[in-house]
Design a protein around this ligand. Structure first.
Ligand code: ADP
Length: 158
């Protein structure tokens, strides 16, 4: 049984994240989508809202669970008995930081691997922060986030 963790801020979840979650759920037995409580970031949505939007968007995927964590990812992964961490890669700019993080995580726990999944070309330019920026100015984000997330975003930014 291979359980993996897909960590991130998910502020809010986008179709790019969902594409990675769906593809991971076809390869691994269990996927835990883990929302990071990061004190150095100032998120638009609360932890509860981010978890709720993820749960709603992944409810059709039976082997996907949504959780949250704080502290070191490797400590959380060990606690959850996960064998690996999933990261999505959009561009070379992602690679630099992800490469550094994967090596640090390997140093912290040699038993847990990092798997990189290449973005779907449709979503290669998509990020939560860009979606928030466009929504702030009432731009169209229809194909970029699930409909419920779109509604919550416009409601929040009203
Ligand atoms: P962001 O980088 O947009 O703020 P997160 O921190 O929530 O988002 O990202 C969580 C994970 O999802 C990271 O591994 C990130 O590289 C990946 N990811 C984010 N957006 C996409 C996308 N459009 N396609 C593929 N992977 C993505």
């Amino acid at each position: 049984m291979i359980r993996v963790i897909y960590p991130g801020s998910f502020d809010p979840v986008t179709n790019g994240h969902l594409d990675i979650i769906e593809r991971s759920s076809k390869i691994f037995d269990e996927v835990i989508v883990a929302v990071l409580k990061n004190p150095s970031k100032d998120p638009l949505f609360t932890m509860e809202e981010r978890v709720e939007m993820l749960k709603e968007s992944t409810k059709g995927l039976k082997n996907v669970e949504v959780d949250c964590f704080s502290g070191l990812l490797m400590d959380y992964a060990k606690k959850k008995k996960a064998k690996a961490v999933i990261k999505g890669l959009r561009a070379v700019s992602d690679f630099e930081t992800e490469f550094q993080m994967a090596l640090m995580n390997k140093k912290l726990n040699n038993e847990i691997e990092t798997f990189f999944i290449m973005t779907n070309s449709k979503y290669s330019y998509l990020s939560s922060s860009l979606v928030k920026e466009v929504a702030k100015f009432k731009g169209c984000i229809k194909d970029l986030v699930p409909q419920k997330v779109e509604e919550k975003l416009f409601e929040k930014l009203k």
